[in-house]
Ligand binder design. Sequence first.
Ligand SMILES: [Zn+2]
Length: 122
Amino acid sequence: MKTNFLDRRCPQCGSPAEKIHEGLTIGEKCTRCNWSVVTTYIPSIEQDDTLYSINLKNANHHDKDQIKAISKIAGINFLQARNLLQKEKIIVFKGKATEIKLIKSILENANISINIHPKFNW
Ligand SMILES: [Zn+2]
């Protein structure tokens, strides 16, 4: 069983300190009194201001999973996504690192090959 207690004691009363991790807030608090320290943790991916673009290379308008992936990402319905895939040779999505990471995972799950520019390290 994983314990949630740190090897730390509260500086005020000496009781064990407990880890806090809720959303983007991390820190520690006393299990007995009201002592606590918290910081807001911003993952470095969210500090990446680069505008990335994803090029889809081999999207197939006969493949339902691929059409669904495109409709999800572009916020369009299935038929619109299929039309888009039929018409466009190359489809490009642009966004910040957090969006690109999500889009990338959706496309990869649908077996669509992609290129990301500039180099994407997340
Ligand atoms: Zn305490």
